[in-house]
Design a protein around this ligand. Structure first.
Ligand SMILES: [Zn+2]
Length: 117
């Protein structure tokens, strides 16, 4: 048993949030360290490609349109979109049989952490 006194160093007043290094494919961000939410958004190159595509599409895009732009299977794209939705980076509305995804520019990642798109 270790009975050595550790003093007060173990109880730091502020819990520091874990950060992640910015991936190489995110070119123009000033941030070198990303918060967990932002890392979810850009931690995968495909996901970041989706963000960039949606960033250019003011009216939003359907999964069909996104599938046509990226060399990914539809289920993969749907999965990535669900991850993006989980951190509010995209919003979706149902339109007939399709669902239209739009980038949520007010999301923490874009507004506060300045993830470029
Ligand atoms: Zn962030």
């Amino acid at each position: 048993m270790n009975t050595k006194k550790v003093g007060r160093s173990a109880t730091s007043a502020k819990k520091k949030e874990k950060t992640y290094p910015r991936p190489e494919w995110v070119k123009d961000s000033a941030e070198e360290e990303l918060c967990p939410d932002c890392f979810k958004v850009v931690g995968s190159r495909s996901r970041y490609q989706l963000v960039c595509l949606l960033g250019k599409a003011k009216e939003g895009m359907t999964v069909t349109m996104l599938t046509a732009e990226l060399e990914l299977q539809q289920p993969t794209i749907t999965h990535h979109l669900n991850v993006l939705r989980s951190v509010d980076a995209v919003t979706s509305v149902d339109s007939g049989r399709e669902r239209i995804y739009t980038l949520n520019r007010d999301a923490h990642c874009f507004d506060e952490c300045k993830i470029p798109y």
